[in-house]
Design a protein around this ligand. Sequence first.
Ligand SMILES: *Cc1c(COP(=O)(O)O)cnc(C)c1O
Length: 394
Amino acid sequence: MSDIIYLDNAATTQTNPEVYEAMKPYFDEYYGNASSIYRFAGKATKAIDDARETVANFIGAKSKEIYFTSGGSESDNWALKATAFAKKDKGKHIITTKIEHHAILHTCDYLEKLGFEITYINVDENGVVKIDELKESIREDTILISVMFANNEIGTIEPIKEIGQIAHEKGIIFHTDAVQAFGHVPINVDELNIDILSASGHKFNGPKGVGIMYLRESVKIGSFIHGGSQERGKRAGTHNTPGIIGFAKATEIASENMIEKSEYEKKLRDYLINRVLTEIPYTKLNGHPENRLTNNTNFSFRFIEGESLLIMLDQKGICGSSGSACTSGSLDPSHVLLAIGLPHEIAHGSLRLTLSDSNTKEEIDKVVDDLKQIVERLRSMSPLYEDFVKARVN
Ligand SMILES: *Cc1c(COP(=O)(O)O)cnc(C)c1O
């Protein structure tokens, strides 16, 4: 599939070939169980120790504060549930936002059923969390604030440092779902006042099925997966050695090229945004105009359905994603697009294109050229558009 143009990097990324090479020996040569005593397993044990250190250094943490998990969803579940259970005697109130990933929102639904109370903070029209509302929602019994680092649909980067500071002034634990930011944006957990952080390998050119949870040493929460004594008794299960090595290799690569990569992506992103907004009428960019992930674009095209757009783009070999959740059997548009105030019909006509440094300007030109044609074609079939044009003429 070399003729595809892949613009869905917020969903998942290609595993870097160097990452794959680094992982391979841990499948076929050093397959020993990292927890075993014999020397044969020592290579894997040592590699996991080194991996943990690489990851810790990348975010200014200590090795013993990094726990390897199966990915972002597990880390989010662990962070929220274990904090809720550990602090329930202090209080049952949790604060989060309306634009979190479902790994957070559905975990909050579950905690609500168990008797916890959740406050969902609003965001402004750019997707930035309303800080005043967050401050006012803090109560005596608030035990946790969880705000995502960067949004996976519209790319907006949140004021994490400020939110962490607000939490700490009140003695509240601060968790951030940094799945979209880790490996893309510099992160230092001390500077940013982060207590718990979730990240996932496959969102930054690492392998799927492996993630981390950073847990500040002074924050005491229990384990989530019960069983063996791996990960210092906090996360049971035989180590996913290849995955962990791959995660660390992707981290190492990011620490070397993250800045350069994001500068490249940003140029391409801004070129794409500029062409779409100037060449396709009745189009809007969703998310913060500047303070957004360097690889994220999210557009709303009036009078059309995002789903039809995706299908027609796919016919041209272009992979994108829509803001609506029709494919998952629901007709509700994305909760994120509704939270930034888009009316249902405009949210339905949304398209997310997320880049990587493998994309080229030629690809972006082809995408915009195709997009122009497709949008025109879909609008020509839209009764809404017809009415709109008639109303303008009269
Ligand atoms: C992808 C994603 C997740 C889930 O991560 P997995 O590793 O796929 O479980 C969680 N949060 C955000 C913001 C994401 O983009």
